[in-house]
Design a binder for this molecule. Structure first.
Ligand code: FPP
Length: 246
C-alpha cells in the first residue's frame, strides 16, 4: 500500500531540494555505460516532479549539474547537456498542463548556447505558472554563488548605493541565485553519500537533511513519500527549545 496517505498535507515542506546521486553506480552495477544511468535518472526527475505537484509542494530544486561536473569526461558532459535539451523539449507541454514554472540557478552563461536557448525559452513560456516552481541547478556551485553575491554587494558599497550597515541576511539573500525562493525545508540526497557537495550552503541553514541509499534512477514516489513523512516527524526548533515551541 502507498505511503501517500500517511502524509500530512497541511505540513508539507515548502521547498524540497534534491542531490540526485548514484546514476553512475546504478549503471555500473548493471554493466551499463554511465550515460545510461543519467538517461534513466531523467525518468526519476519526471516522476518526482509529478509527485511533488500532485502533493502540493511549492518548490522543488534539483542539483542537475555542478560547477565541478565540468571536469567529467567530455562525452559524459555532452550527454548530460543533450539529455537536458531533450527533457526540456519533451516536458514543456506537461509543465504547462501541471502549471509548473521552470527556473534555473547557477552560472547559466557557462552552458552551451543551445542549452541556454532551450532553457530560457521554457523559462519564458512557463513564467506565469503557479502550482510549483521547478528550479534546476545547472553549472551551480554554492561557493561560486556566494562569491558572486559578495562581489555585487561590494560593488554597491563602493558606488555608495548601499552602506556597510545595510548588509544583513535579507540583503545577502537578495543577491543569491535563489533570491526569489524560500529557504530549503527538506534536503534529500540519494545513493548513500552523506555530503552536501557545494549545494545551497546558505539556503539549507535550517533544512532537515535526509539521506537514502537508493540510487537516483531507482528513486520512486514511495521513496519521496518516505522522506516527507520522515521530515514531518522531526521537531524543527530553529534554535529554540522544545518547550518554547508548544
Ligand atoms: C549524479 O550521479 C548525477 C548527476 C551528476 C547528474 C544528474 C542528471 C540527471 C538526473 C539527468 C538530467 C537532468 C534533468 C533535470 C533532466 P553520478 O553520476 O555522480 O553518480 P555516481 O556517483 O554513482 O557516479
Amino acid at each position: 500500500m502507498s505511503l501517500k496517505k500517511n502524509i500530512d498535507l497541511d505540513n508539507l515542506p515548502k521547498h524540497i531540494a534534491i542531490i540526485m546521486d548514484g546514476n553512475g553506480r546504478w549503471a555500473k552495477e548493471k554493466g551499463l555505460l554511465r550515460v545510461l544511468g543519467h538517461e534513466s535518472g531523467t525518468k526519476s526527475v519526471r516522476t518526482t516532479v509529478e509527485a511533488c505537484v500532485d502533493l502540493g509542494v511549492e518548490n522543488l530544486t534539483l542539483y542537475a549539474f555542478s560547477t565541478e561536473n565540468w571536469n567529467r569526461p567530455k562525452i559524459e558532459v555532452k550527454t548530460l547537456m543533450g539529455l537536458l535539451i531533450f527533457s526540456l523539449k519533451k516536458e514543456v507541454q506537461t509543465m504547462q498542463e501541471n502549471s509548473v514554472r521552470l527556473n534555473a540557478i547557477g552560472n547559466i552563461k557557462h552552458l552551451p548556447r543551445n542549452v541556454q536557448k532551450e532553457l530560457l525559452q521554457v523559462i519564458e513560456v512557463t513564467k506565469k505558472n503557479t502550482a510549483m516552481t521547478l528550479t534546476l541547478a545547472l553549472s551551480y556551485g554554492s561557493r561560486d554563488e556566494i562569491v558572486n553575491a559578495t562581489r555585487q554587494i561590494c560593488d554597491k558599497v563602493k558606488n555608495n548605493i548601499i552602506s556597510i550597515e545595510n548588509i544583513d541576511d535579507a540583503l545577502i539573500n537578495q543577491h543569491l541565485y535563489t533570491r526569489n525562493l524560500p529557504d530549503v525545508d527538506l534536503l534529500i540526497r540519494t545513493s548513500g553519500e552523506k555530503r552536501i557537495s557545494n549545494f545551497l550552503l546558505w539556503q539549507i541553514a535550517y533544512a532537515e537533511l535526509y539521506f537514502t541509499d537508493v540510487y537516483w534512477p531507482d528513486f520512486t514516489n514511495e521513496n519521496l513519500y518516505e522522506a516527507i513523512i520522515n521530515y514531518q516527524n522531526r521537531e524543527r526548533r530553529f534554535g529554540k527549545t522544545s518547550e518554547q515551541l508548544k
